[in-house]
Design a protein around this ligand. Structure first.
Ligand code: KG4
Ligand code: ZN
Length: 334
């Protein structure tokens, strides 16, 4: 089954043609990171307008390559995300569905991130699965009993973990997005003298990252006042400490969920799953293989939307030319 997946919920425009939710025929991503980096974060109206431009040029590419001829359906992110950005993708998908006379269905972006784990994978993934979704907007721990049965076990009570990577990087003037920059700089640290806190909400699988964010920014300001400017060595030590605390917090709850629910597989997905320290630490902690999609499928992309549509079997239901957007859609909703 050939499904065209369209993703435009935030600041990346992704379109992909995927066969049976696993084999990528064509995958295109236009990132707006450079445009938003001048503002230090995403500007919603700018993002929506950029999707209009990007989708036009991507779909022309697909048409010129004759990739739209045999598709069986169009799957598009319906939420959660920025309303303006979602509207652009959903309307594009509906127009395509009408023009090509194929069905269109809306997909939950969070299901997309989790289903990226199935793409290009030869080994079977068995249920129940514990999935940790960590990105710029999400930090959610869930239990999947099947592709369509997701139970939210825990989520952040304040900031998302990726958002905190971005804010701490900004406080140090390191640029945007902060995650990859912090990841690279922390490798230069030789210090493991921890000064920052690891938050652990007891009797809950929820996360909280605002305490670590505030403590990090306060510590950065104090050091700046003391020394005038942070040396490269101080920067790498601070980001190492911050990253270690953030990743340990993620792993404490993941370990707790694995002990409670005894899953057959573990998936870690979303932009923060690209973090090299996280990838190293899971090897120490879990005996079973932890599935992490390849980095280009961890970030927002169209292929994951196509994979979710295939495995959720959404085209068994009727087409959705009246499809609306759902900016606050939660992980459990189909
Ligand atoms: O999944 P994603 O592309 O977009 C959202 O849906 O949010 O995730 C982007 C987030 C950003 O906050 C970025 O700083 C973070 O993922 N990120 C990382 C790394 N690469 C991206 N965080 C930590 N380490 C990384 N290597
Ligand atoms: Zn995302």
């Amino acid at each position: 089954m050939l499904i065209l997946g369209i993703e435009s919920s935030c600041d990346d425009t992704g379109v992909a043609l995927v066969n049976d939710g696993k084999n990528i025929i064509h995958n295109t991503l236009i990132s707006q990171t450079e445009i938003h980096s001048t503002f230090g974060g995403i500007v919603p109206e700018v993002a929506a307008r950029q999707h209009i431009i990007a989708l036009g040029s991507i779909l022309k590419e697909y048409k010129d390559l004759n990739l739209l001829e045999n598709i069986d359906g169009v799957a598009v992110t319906k939420g959660p995300g920025l309303a303006g950005s979602l509207l652009v993708g959903v309307n594009y998908a509906k127009a395509l569905s009408y023009a090509l006379d194929v069905p269109v269905r809306g997909i939950n972006h969070l299901s997309g991130h989790i289903h990226a784990a199935w793409i290009n994978r030869i080994e079977r993934i068995q249920f129940p699965v514990i999935a940790l979704l960590v990105s710029g907007g999400h930090s959610e721990l869930s239990l999947l009993n099947s592709h369509n049965d997701r139970i939210l076990l825990g989520q952040t009570r304040d900031d998302a973990v990726g958002e905190v990577f971005d804010k701490v990087a900004r406080a140090m003037g390191l640029g945007y997005p902060g995650g990859p920059i912090i990841d690279a700089l922390s490798k230069k640290s030789k210090n493991n003298n921890r000064k920052l806190p690891i938050t652990n909400i007891s009797d809950s699988l929820d996360y909280s990252f605002s305490g670590l964010k505030t403590a990090s920014i306060k510590y950065i300001d104090t050091e700046k006042n003391k020394y005038g400017k942070l040396s490269d060595e101080m920067i790498s030590d601070i980001v190492y400490d911050f990253q270690d605390c953030a990743i340990e917090q993620l792993l404490i709850k993941l370990k707790m969920a694995v002990n409670l629910y005894n899953p057959k597989n573990i998936i870690i997905c979303g932009g923060v799953a690209a973090n090299s320290h996280l990838r190293l630490r899971i090897k120490d902690i879990f005996k079973m293989d932890v599935i992490i999609p390849e980095p280009k499928l961890c970030v927002d992309n169209g292929a994951m939307i196509s994979a979710a549509a295939f495995f959720e079997n959404v085209f068994k239901k009727e087409t959705q030319l009246d499809l609306d957007i759902f900016p606050s859609l939660n992980l459990e909703e189909l």
